[in-house]
Design a protein around this ligand. Structure first.
Ligand code: FES
Length: 174
């Protein structure tokens, strides 16, 4: 913790314990967040706009493995062949998800015939057509879905993440 954020933390703690908050304590925390000192106070993350593939590279037989929003976040891009929740492309059937199970981070495998992701550790199953909905298993969260956009040339870009990536306090490592 930096010296500045430590000072803000102690100041806020004193306010909460004492029950009387100095008028400038919370505004100064806000200023620190604006300056980038306290990144955990952000309500939105500065996701990169990152090209993942071109539409022509995808088929219903093969998924495309990549990472987003950083190198430590494995992601899979799939063409389902049927319209999907938040799907992009002319058939609204292209979606992308984190490849880490929301239960304990197992490496998920995709089954094209059912359009589902399967975890080898405790057998959770997630539905790619329904925004990563957990169908069965011990996870308590759905699978984080990557927000996609397609430009006029048919390039597919990742622009954000819906849901918290497994093992993270925030979706981006900073
Ligand atoms: S880690 Fe996937 S079900 Fe437990």
């Amino acid at each position: 913790m930096s010296e500045v954020s430590r000072r803000h933390f102690l100041k806020l703690g004193a306010c909460v314990v004492g029950g009387a908050c100095a008028a400038d304590a919370l505004p100064s925390l806000g200023q620190a967040a604006d300056n980038g000192d306290v990144t955990t106070l952000r309500t939105t993350l500065p996701y990169p706009r990152l090209k993942l593939a071109a539409i022509g590279q995808l088929t219903t037989e093969h998924e495309l493995l990549t990472t987003y929003p950083d190198q430590a976040s494995p992601v899979v891009l799939v063409k389902l062949g049927r319209p999907a929740h938040n799907g992009v492309g002319p058939d609204r059937d292209i979606v992308a998800f984190s490849r880490r199970c929301s239960h304990m981070g197992g490496a998920l495998a995709f089954r094209a015939e059912t359009g589902t992701f399967h975890c080898p550790l405790h057998y959770a199953m997630f539905d790619a057509r329904k925004g990563g909905l957990m169908v069965i298993g011990q996870a308590t969260d759905n699978l984080p879905q990557i927000e996609l956009e397609v430009d006029t040339t048919g390039d597919i870009y990742a622009v954000g993440v819906k849901g918290l990536l497994y093992g993270r306090q925030a979706n981006m490592l900073a």
